[in-house]
Design a binder for this molecule. Structure first.
Ligand code: 4AZ
Length: 246
């Protein structure tokens, strides 16, 4: 996250850390993408995070990747679904959405437990207005740390008009209707590498909606290069169908 600040425990309870096993280890995992809690057994993330991946785990409830916190829940991934039309063309991510089905614990049949620190965000029922202020969060690269942040960072971004983001001096025709732009045209405030798969959350009438999934960009925090997100309202049928299927 560029232009972020440390988030307080429990303020982004839908944030997940999607982690992969380090080569030739049994229990060493490293954060590589964000994710978003949809319910006790499902996490939404970006397709480019898990394309041809395996050996994943998801950590929920934490705001510090270095510490084992009481609120942490580590859950194995039982299965994943990558959108059938996902493609990467010259680093532009199309239909960049995927679902992780978490493994239920043998003791109680639960995947994640809902707590003050682990909570689902809602799927958005309708499009939201341009200029609306929303929030992003993640453990990704910052302006001062190319390795990413061990602390969960957050920042506020604005939803950017689609035609403005399709302007020739911004992303032009690279942007399709399954994507949306958010951030600041002036730069400085953005998602970055390692935030991918994580939440763009917009609050309306007291409810937190998952409006976007961090997907791609041209660098981070640059002028006229806002962050690009998978447009969740375009994928509601796909998400519901996959969740129904298991
Ligand atoms: C990435 O590499 C990435 N500035 C994610 C988000 C953005 C850029 C790059 C948006 O996963």
């Amino acid at each position: 996250i560029f232009g972020g600040r440390k988030s307080k425990p429990g303020t982004h309870p839908w944030q997940a850390s999607v982690q992969r096993r380090l080569r030739n280890t049994t229990d060493a995992f490293k954060h590589y993408c964000g994710g978003i809690v949809l319910d006790s057994c499902w996490v939404l993330t970006a397709a480019h995070c898990i394309h041809k991946m395996f050996d994943m785990q998801v950590v929920l409830g934490g705001v510090d990747l270095e510490k084992h916190e009481a609120a942490d829940q580590t859950v194995a991934v039982e299965k994943y679904f990558v959108h059938e039309n996902y493609t990467d063309i010259d680093e532009v991510q199309y239909n960049d959405i995927a679902l992780l089905k978490l493994k239920a614990a043998s003791e109680n049949g639960l995947c994640a437990r809902e707590t003050r620190f682990v909570k689902a965000a809602c799927l958005p029922p309708n499009p939201l207005p341009d200029g609306m202020e929303c929030a992003i969060s993640g453990f990704g690269v910052t302006e001062t740390d190319e390795e990413g942040s061990n602390q969960l960072l957050e920042t506020k971004v604005l939803l950017i008009n689609q035609n403005r983001c399709k302007a020739p001096n911004v992303f032009g025709e690279l942007l399709d209707g399954n994507m949306l732009c958010a951030g600041r045209m002036q730069g400085g405030i953005d998602a970055c590498q390692g935030d991918s798969g994580g939440p763009l959350i917009c609050k309306q009438n007291g409810t937190h909606y998952i409006y976007g999934v961090v997907s791609w960009g041209d660098g981070c925090g640059k002028k006229n290069r806002p962050g690009v997100y998978a447009r969740v309202t375009q994928f509601l049928d796909w998400i519901k169908e996959k969740m129904r299927s298991m």
